[in-house]
Structure formats: structure tokens, C-alpha cells
Write a protein that binds this ligand. Sequence first.
Ligand SMILES: [Zn+2]
Length: 114
Amino acid sequence: MEYSEFYKKYEKEHACCPRCHSRDYNITLVGYIYDPEHPENYKDGNSVRCHTCGWRGIKHDMVPEPEKMYWTLVCTNYKENTMTKEEASNLADRLTELCKDEKVYFYAVKKENY
Ligand SMILES: [Zn+2]
């Protein structure tokens, strides 16, 4: 996977403060080595300080947006049969509606998980 493509995904997965889900933070700008053979080993160790709650940590410890975490939950429920395919689908559409700019991302996840 190209770095730019990988980083887009990585950024989405590590977009928010793990404590308060804010996206308002300071970050240092050190470059970390990306190995295209082992993208799973990538770890962005830049220091982050959340402006909203004061959390300090590294970029790698940040979490996806709550909508995305919720969406993961939807997929898990569907897989574990606590939700019908129709219910999961309807909820997916609602989540997509809530995050129009993330539409492509949601559909990608949807495809991956169904
Ligand atoms: Zn915070």
C-alpha cells in the first residue's frame, strides 16, 4: 500500500482523543518510517496534547471518531446475529447520513464486514 493511501486510513483510525473524542489537539511533527511490506507495524509516536481535556499521549493511542467505533459495533452485532442484516443496513445508512463526508469510508467498511 502506498504511504499516502495508508496514512489516510491511519489518520481516520487515530483521529480523536481517546478520553474525550475531541479532534482539537497539538501534535509534534516527527516523521516515522513506513514499511509498505509491514503496514501493521507503523506507529506514529508524535506527542499529542488534547486542547479539550488536556490528555497527553502519542498519535498511535488516539481512536477513531465515535461514529466509526459505533459502526464497528454494528458490524460486530450483525456478525454475532444480535442484529438482522436489514437492521444493520438501516443503521449503516443512518450513520452514513450523519457523516456525509465519510460516506466512502463507511461503504468501504461495510463491504469489508459483510
Ligand atoms: Zn481530550
